[in-house]
Design a protein around this ligand. Structure first.
Ligand code: SAH
Ligand code: DHB
Ligand code: MG
Length: 238
């Protein structure tokens, strides 16, 4: 579909997913949400057989802007994959900034390291391999310096565990973002049969009642379909 197509002939019953993708393509071009390096990073992830589940270009740029808006210097990411979101975040950091990113799959970690070098951001990134509950525990016990922004994007059933730990590792005023909490409305599934949906429901309820955070939910559509981010700020006031 061309960027100039008029939107006034859609009805509620149309499948809008191709429209969402076309609007994302328009925004990527007009707002600068991709470049040769980022495209090559995604191409390498595909060639290496990684699943195509990185954040979209516009979502990557949202993470980047949130880091810039908040002046983040220290970022924690749970779930690296091929490092696409990590690179977007790294590009928001000052020269002395740092990202700690956690990944369980050694193949993903290897591809991510290659991509960090390609994007010339490897000096900003520490990739820790292993199950995130383990590596987060190690960071906590080591008394790691507080983080300014946390992006949670790994195994969804553990979302609430990751959020609890993120609250302890983040400074007051830090941003915590959780990816994929809507999943085409699967968050509504209260049957208990879908562990990822349970993970979304659990983390959203926790974000709502945790005394140490104020949170909202942003539903998203685009090239990755229909999903959403939960976004929280660390601090006492709701
Ligand atoms: N943030 C990436 C996408 C991450 S996909 C991006 O947007 O570019 C989710 C990643 O979490 C996968 O690479 C998967 O291997 C990893 N993962 C799954 N379970 C994990 C765990 N228990 N600990 C750490 N990483 C995990
Ligand atoms: C999946 C994981 C993600 O982090 C994502 O953004 C989309 C899909 C998945 O495991 O299917
Ligand atoms: Mg995700």
């Amino acid at each position: 579909m061309s960027a100039g197509r008029r939107a006034d002939h859609y009805t509620m019953n149309d499948d809008l997913s191709s429209t969402w993708a076309a609007v994302d393509a328009l925004a990527e071009e007009w707002l600068g949400a991709r470049d040769d390096t980022l495209d090559e990073v995604l191409a390498r992830c595909t060639r290496a057989g990684l699943p195509a589940i990185a954040v979209s270009p516009c979502q990557g740029k949202l993470l980047h802007l949130l880091a810039r808006i908040s002046g983040a210097k220290r970022v924690l990411e749970v779930g690296t994959l091929g490092g696409y979101s990590t690179i977007w975040l790294a590009r928001a950091l000052p020269m002395d900034g740092k990202i700690v990113t956690l990944e369980i799959d050694p193949h993903h970690a290897r591809i991510a390291r290659e991509n960090f070098a390609l994007a010339k951001v490897e000096h900003l990134i520490e990739l820790r391999e292993g199950a995130a509950l383990k590596t987060l525990g190690e960071l906590e016990r080591a008394g790691v310096a507080p983080f300014d922004l946390v992006f949670i994007d790994a195994d969804k059933p553990n979302n609430a565990r990751y959020f609890e730990i993120a609250l302890r590792l983040a400074r007051p005023g830090a941003i915590i973002i959780v990816d994929n909490v809507v999943r085409e409305g699967a968050v509504l599934d209260d049957s208990g049969a879908n562990p990822s949906a349970e993970g979304s429901r659990e983390v959203l309820r926790l974000m709502g009642k945790a005394p140490g955070a104020a949170a909202t939910l942003v539903q998203t559509v685009g090239v990755k379909g229909y999903d959403g981010f939960a976004i929280a700020v660390v601090g006492a006031a709701k």
